[in-house]
Design a protein around this ligand. Structure first.
Ligand SMILES: *Cc1c(COP(=O)(O)O)cnc(C)c1O
Length: 406
């Protein structure tokens, strides 16, 4: 049984006393990671199909990232953005090349990258479009972060409770409903901001026709198309950025989660004329683009774009999705299998997702649920068919026992 050893109970009890209550944690204390696996304080091994919530795309403690960071720690940890540091510029150069000429701003998290995007869109609205153009249209059910601007952008009203007044100027529309978006664009709109696949919201993807139509609308009305690729970026979709799978050309992209393979770094990438909006003094960050974070991200990025890497991710994504769909065919408890690349969701017919998560954890497999009915799978991008098979058969067993039916 998990969560029963003295060591674990000790940490659980202290956490209650010393930390603010912001997380619902499962009773496991992790002390070591390598590749697809984590080890708890009792020496038990777990197959991590959350990749630390979409963060360690290359797996835990990837040797290339570890080497780059160790080297950088020995050289320089921090100098500040009053000066130039090589890693930040090298990283920006690669990101620029991979996004067809974008220009970067570095932050420390997804929320911060989105805050930068919101500020950029507002300045674009006021200065480029002219007039009262500050409104950003986002999607219902979206997730853009916990800071006030990103929270206002987030289309989940239950997360807004207690924290008003939030910044004004955000309107939410139903994803994949083009008519509603067209109705919502007004003389105040400056940008549309979407996730190509909603992550925290339940693994709901933009339809191809919708995203293409959104891009056409943005072009026609001069609006910025901002894609929050904090979760879908860095290979998760089977392409380096998910917009490449959709064949659209966003003006602004935000990244974080998988960017540093575990080291905190976020990025805003502005393409085309969006890259000329900010001037010196408009935005900044003390830690943003620091040497350690940039060394980790550069090593991660170079691994992701190495020949064949993303082809394998795409193949494994198809394999995993196919196996989940076959499982759906064999059981009565799955309502839908959906997602893109190695970002997959399984919607159950009954609200037992948390029970399934706990049952799998007891069996040494880490998955995550978003809401009471939806299981989310974000395995490291280096996953193989064998581990997919392990997880799918454990899931089948867990569904039998947790749902009571199958
Ligand atoms: C996780 C996430 C964020 C927030 O990232 P933080 O690093 O937690 O601030 C923003 N957008 C999306 C799509 C995310 O998945």
């Amino acid at each position: 049984m998990i969560g029963t050893s003295a060591d674990v109970s000790n940490y659980i009890e202290k956490e209650k006393r010393y930390l603010l209550e912001t997380y619902t944690r499962l009773p496991v204390v992790f002390v070591k990671g390598e590749g697809l696996y984590l080890w708890d304080s009792d020496g038990r091994r777990y197959l991590d199909f959350t990749a630390g919530l979409g963060v360690v795309g290359l797996g835990h403690n990837h040797p290339v990232v570890e080497r780059a960071v160790k080297e950088q720690v020995g050289q320089l940890v921090h100098a500040s953005n009053l000066f130039y540091t090589p890693g930040q510029i090298d990283l920006a150069e690669v990101l620029s090349r991979e996004t067809g000429g974008g220009r970067c701003f570095f932050a420390n998290s997804g929320a911060e990258a989105n805050e930068a995007a919101i500020k950029l869109a507002r300045k674009y609205g006021g200065e480029v479009l002219g007039g009262d153009r500050y409104e950003i249209i986002t999607a219902k059910n979206s997730f853009h972060g916990r800071t006030l601007g990103a929270l206002a952008a987030t289309g989940q009203p239950e997360k807004h409770r207690y924290f008003g007044p939030l910044p004004e100027g955000f309107r939410q529309v139903t994803l994949n409903d083009m008519a509603e978006l067209e109705r919502t664009v007004s003389g105040h709109t400056c940008a549309v901001m979407l996730e190509t696949v909603q992550g925290e919201g339940g693994v709901y993807a933009c339809e191809q026709a919708y995203l293409s139509a959104v891009q056409r609308l943005c072009r026609a009305r001069g609006l910025l198309l901002i894609l929050d690729e904090v979760q879908t970026g860095m290979g998760r979709s089977g392409a380096l950025f998910s917009y490449q799978r959709y064949g659209v050309e966003p003006d602004v992209i935000t990244l974080a989660k998988g960017l540093g393979n575990g080291f905190p770094i976020g990025a805003l990438i502005a393409r085309g004329s969006a890259g000329d909006v900010f001037s010196a003094g408009d935005h900044g960050s003390t830690f943003g683009g620091g040497p350690i974070a940039c060394a980790s991200a550069l090593a991660t990025l170079e691994t992701l774009i190495s020949p064949g890497f993303l082809d394998t991710c795409r193949r494994l994504g198809r394999y995993f999705e196919g196996e989940l769909k076959r499982l759906k065919g064999r059981t009565k408890s799955i309502a839908e299998v959906r997602g893109l690349g190695l970002m997959l969701g399984v919607e159950l017919k009954t609200p037992v997702a948390r029970d399934v998560v706990v049952a799998l954890l007891e069996g040494g497999i880490i998955v995550n649920n978003v809401g009471p009915k939806i299981l989310r799978f974000l395995p490291p991008l280096v996953v193989g068919e064998e581990e997919v098979d392990t997880v799918v058969s454990a899931l089948e067993e867990a569904l039998h026992s947790s749902a009571g039916v199958a």
